[in-house]
Design a protein around this ligand. Structure first.
Ligand SMILES: *Cc1c(COP(=O)(O)O)cnc(C)c1O
Length: 481
């Protein structure tokens, strides 16, 4: 029996051998993968930002998982045709829709290394260097927004989880109990990102009163009115709990009056949260310092390096000014974790996060920031800001166009109005530009009206793409008229 068992074990080891390719096999696969990505990068400047597709990736289903292996060539072809080709090319500098990102090359190398060494980056005990690297980055972000020492934070998968984390910290810091919810108030802009509505729901806070605050012509919260609204609630026995401001709304890139809202929040002992998922990293641009003044008054802040630092998707940041407020909600552990705490010198990500096991995210941020230095990131962000001002000016020179307010950051809105049904006309214009594919735009509704958004945040977007867009717009208008 025991000989049988040993034979069986050896047989299984043999069968599983291909999970550990030898150096020659590794090189063969690696060369093909690198050829594929090099080809992609070399052709990116001529590639479309959008490719219409009939099949929409259905071929993925036609290649089911089987017991046997498949050749890498075949798999890369399938990846190209069914996955990479259809629809949005988010790596393209022509991606001017939603909030673009790009995905810088150095981060991909960091991901490659991180996947191979596979450090267990969640705990100081298992990966002290990886944890210190994450904490070092958190400290850097924290200084960037002007927090004093003593903050704590987390690299998350993105802004949604980062915002949820902050809402949970705010709830527990104020020891909100279900019995309080009906008398408790959240103050926010109707332009607040929908992930915060979701976070409020997921945190069990749907019954809390959500006050939509009035906005000015630039879609920013009007602070003087907030003062009055909060006071009124207070006088009526309600409990102001949470003030949410946006450091760059998704729709139009509006930065709320961060300092004035912060003052009101402090005066009424509220938790002050700033969602800077889109715009927070524009603090790196000197010229914008004043616009972000007051962000340091917040109790928690969110930023998305997969937007403002052009890191590939999958990296957000949440920072809470007082570490204890981030420790409190996540202070739970299991017996199987007992070894970890004897050797802990610093907070581990897993102590202050919804996640236990997580990828080594710090490396995909650290390597690009170190290898390139900060200066090119600042330059690229400032370039985006100026490109947006340029576009905002130029679009108004084309007859028939109306532009939205002067952009605070790198989003401009516009619509064609010299026609009978502007909503319908602008929808057709966006469709035609998408079908062309060289540039990709998205739209939104503002005050019930269809408007087109120009959202500039890919590090690959330069003057040439913006000029191409202006030319495309003129061409398509001529067709539609
Ligand atoms: C993108 C965005 C979010 C959501 O972040 P994800 O990384 O997409 O989860 C939240 N708030 C704002 C302002 C955003 O632009």
């Amino acid at each position: 029996m025991s000989q049988d068992l040993l034979n069986k074990i050896r047989g299984l080891q043999e069968q599983a051998q291909s999970l550990e390719p030898d150096p020659i096999e590794r090189q063969q696969v690696r060369d093909q993968v690198i050829d594929y990505t090099e080809h992609f990068l070399d052709n990116l400047a001529e590639s479309r930002a959008w490719n219409d597709s009939v099949n929409k990736g259905r071929g993925v289903y036609e290649a089911p998982i089987t017991e046997g292996p498949a050749p890498i060539e075949e798999l890369l072809t399938l990846l190209e045709d069914e996955v990479n080709e259809p629809h949005l090319n988010a790596a393209s500098g022509g991606h001017l829709a939603y909030i673009p990102s790009g995905g810088i090359y150095f981060a991909s190398l960091a991901d490659y290394v991180a996947s191979i060494i596979n450090k267990y980056a969640s705990m100081f005990y298992t990966a002290p260097g990886a944890v210190r690297m994450e904490n070092m980055l958190i400290n850097w972000f924290s200084e960037l927004v002007g927090y004093p020492e003593g903050a704590a934070g987390n690299l998350t998968s993105g802004g949604s989880i980062a915002n949820l984390t902050a809402i949970i910290a705010a709830r527990d810091a104020h020891q909100l109990k279900p019995a309080d919810y009906k008398n408790t108030v959240i103050y926010a802009s109707p332009q607040m990102h929908h992930c915060l509505n979701r976070a409020i729901h997921v945190a069990g806070l749907s019954e809390v009163i959500l006050r939509d605050l009035p906005l000015d012509d630039g879609h920013r919260i009007i602070a003087s009115e907030v003062e009055r609204i909060v006071k009124n609630d207070s006088d009526n026995g309600l409990k102001p709990w949470l003030m949410i401001a946006s450091a760059g709304t998704t729709d139009v890139g509006a930065v709320d009056p961060l300092e004035a809202l912060g003052r009101i929040a402090k005066e009424h002992r509220m938790w002050y949260h700033v969602d800077g998922a889109y715009g927070g990293l524009f603090t790196l641009v000197d010229e914008l310092r004043d616009r972000f003044k007051g962000i340091e008054l917040s109790d928690s802040v969110v930023m998305d390096p997969h937007k403002g630092l052009f890191i590939p998707y999958g990296t957000g940041v949440v920072i809470v000014k007082k570490a204890e407020n981030l420790v409190r909600p996540f202070d739970h552990s299991g017996n199987y974790m007992q070894d970890a705490y004897d050797l802990q010198e610093e907070l581990s990500p897993s102590d202050i996060s919804l996640e236990l096991t997580k990828p080594f995210r710090a490396l995909r941020l650290w390597l690009p920031l170190k290898i390139a230095g900060l200066a090119p990131f600042r330059a690229s962000l400032e370039e985006k800001l100026l490109l947006t001002r340029y576009f905002h000016e130029e679009i108004q020179k084309i007859e028939g166009f109306e532009a939205g307010p002067e952009p605070d950051l790198s989003i401009a809105t516009f619509r064609y109005i010299d026609c009978e049904d502007p909503d319908q006309f602008n929808r057709q214009l966006v469709d035609l530009i998408r079908k062309d594919g060289r540039v990709f735009l998205s739209s939104t509704l503002l005050d019930g009206q269809y408007v087109i958004r120009f959202a500039c945040l890919s590090f690959r977007t330069h003057l040439s793409q913006v000029d191409l867009l202006l030319q495309l717009i003129k061409e398509k208008i001529a067709i539609l008229k």
